[in-house]
Design a protein around this ligand. Structure first.
Ligand code: FES
Length: 155
């Protein structure tokens, strides 16, 4: 039953983007919002329904760092590692997060709450160093601010 609902939801999302010239990325983003990540069987189903090779769908899903093909935590923290953030202290931000969460890059906490990742430019270089937690962007980070932000998600 759950599987049935899952596939029906995917079909609805695909239908919504019908008529768009390049709908695949939007579809993958929306499917991920719903299911938190993009399992292989889901990618295969999308390929079948859109009548495109599954290698194409998988290629897109693994190309973008904001798309997840493995299970992730409730909150995915993405620390920008591109040069403007790097020179403003992104390495330190990452160290604080690693210490606070007891995680390495790419790991998810045992309680399933946090996943820690690094990513390239988030488009907010003016407030470097920056990170995102799910859809929310945080800038001008320092040790104290990182701890304050984490506290909001630990409640
Ligand atoms: S380099 Fe970090 S947001 Fe652009």
């Amino acid at each position: 039953m759950m599987e049935e609902n899952l596939y029906r939801d995917i079909e609805e999302i695909i239908e919504k983007y019908k008529g768009e010239a390049t709908p695949l990325l939007s579809i993958l983003q929306e499917v991920q919002e719903k299911f938190h990540y993009l399992p292989r069987n889901v990618l295969g189903y999308i390929a079948k329904k859109m009548d495109i090779p599954s290698s194409t769908v998988y290629g897109v899903a693994t190309f973008y760092s904001f798309l997840e093909t493995n299970p992730v935590g409730e909150y995915v923290i993405r620390v920008c590692k591109s040069t403007p953030c790097h020179v403003q202290g992104a390495f330190n931000v990452l160290q604080v997060l690693k210490r606070e969460l007891g995680l390495k890059e790419g790991e998810t906490s045992k309680d399933g709450k946090f996943t820690l990742e690094v990513t390239s430019c988030l488009g907010v270089c003016g407030v470097a160093p920056a990170m995102m937690i799910n859809d929310v962007t945080y800038g001008n980070l320092n040790d104290e601010r990182v701890r304050e932000i984490l506290a909001l998600y630990r409640r």
